[in-house]
Write a protein that binds this ligand. Structure first.
Ligand code: PEP
Ligand code: MG
Length: 312
């Protein structure tokens, strides 16, 4: 174990019986990347690139983007990093995009949808990411946010591969994408479930609104059933699926996610050690059995109780 960390977590994630689960971090800045490396994250499962440009009044140049991304990636030289292309719109408007006001921004032109009208913007970002990968020596993959269909996934994958990026994935954060995970996985190399938005869209409950927060509880069985479908599709396709939303921050829930077929979990650096330690203390079989019990629960409270009973 690393100095100062609880015993049982040595920086290489997996269950007690040796089933591998990568413990990754979510970051948006170079400082967060350094904290993630210090916390023992094996890589970055979500680099939110829009965080670099929340105040930008004009589009950053390819060279500027390349330098900004390389500064972040350099903390993970030789390690896997998943760079997400700009997830602008809704709760994260980027001034330089000059997007028109919309009555329902969460349902509007956000994430990959921005690129359908402006593919040149995406292509410049992909070019910068490919350059930063070469500069930093990190093992870089890219993924797109807010993908709804297999066609969209294929469109993105073609552009990313044309930019020279070998490993391409998409986020599963729209219920239709979870329902179509098998077809999406035919078009890409991996998927990553964003439970924050997947919960918001599954329960039709604004993720920023305290009044509906109970619906966005990641223990809601309705959400976990969708994640289970993604796990099944990944198994059938022989390709990896992970979780990079807040759900992965809860060590008990992370074990359930492994039981649902997730092969990596990505979270805030602060949770890396606790999640890694928890997974090291449970067998894969217990995760799988418990996950099935959790899927049978009627509400979030009984889902959590079923997990506690099965895994403690
Ligand atoms: C998510 O939606 O779960 C996610 C990880 O993306 P973000 O929180 O950046 O929307
Ligand atoms: Mg999201």
């Amino acid at each position: 174990a690393r100095t100062g960390e609880p015993s049982g977590w040595d920086g290489r994630g997996g269950t007690s019986d040796g089933h591998r689960v990568a413990i990754m971090a979510n970051i948006g800045t170079a400082a967060e990347a350094r904290s993630a490396a210090e916390a023992g994250a094996e890589g970055i499962g979500l680099f939110r690139t829009e965080v670099c440009y929340l105040d930008a009044s004009s589009e950053p140049s390819v060279e500027g983007q390349r330098a900004a991304y390389a500064e972040v990636l350099t903390s993970f030289h030789g390690k896997p990093v998943v760079v997400r292309t700009l997830d602008a719109g809704a709760d994260k408007p980027l001034p330089f995009l000059g997007q028109a006001a919309e009555p329902n921004p969460a349902l509007g032109v956000r994430g990959l949808r921005v690129a359908f009208d402006r593919p040149d913007l995406l292509d410049r970002q992909l070019q910068a990411i490919a350059g930063a990968a070469a500069d930093s020596g990190a093992e870089v993959s890219v993924m797109a946010p807010m993908v709804a269909t297999a066609d969209e996934a294929a469109w993105f994958a073609a552009r990313a591969r044309a930019a020279g990026i070998a490993r391409v994935g998409v986020m599963i954060e729209i219920p239709a994408a979870a329902l179509s995970a098998r077809a999406i996985l035919d078009a890409v190399d991996f998927v990553s479930v964003g439970t924050n938005d997947l919960a918001q869209y599954t329960f039709a409950a604004d993720r920023q609104l305290g009044a509906v927060a109970a619906l966005n509880d990641p223990w809601q069985p309705g959400l976990l059933r969708l994640i289970g479908m993604v796990g099944e599709a990944a198994r059938a396709a022989g390709k990896p699926a992970g979780v990079c939303g807040e759900a992965a921050t809860d060590p008990l829930l992370a074990a359930v996610l492994v039981g649902l077929g997730m092969s990596s979990v990505s979270m805030n650096a602060a949770a890396v050690s606790a999640v890694g330690t928890r997974l090291a203390g449970v067998s894969r079989a217990a995760c799988v059995t418990t996950a099935q019990a959790v899927l049978g629960a009627d509400d979030a409270r009984s889902a959590r109780a079923a997990a506690t009973a099965g895994l403690t």
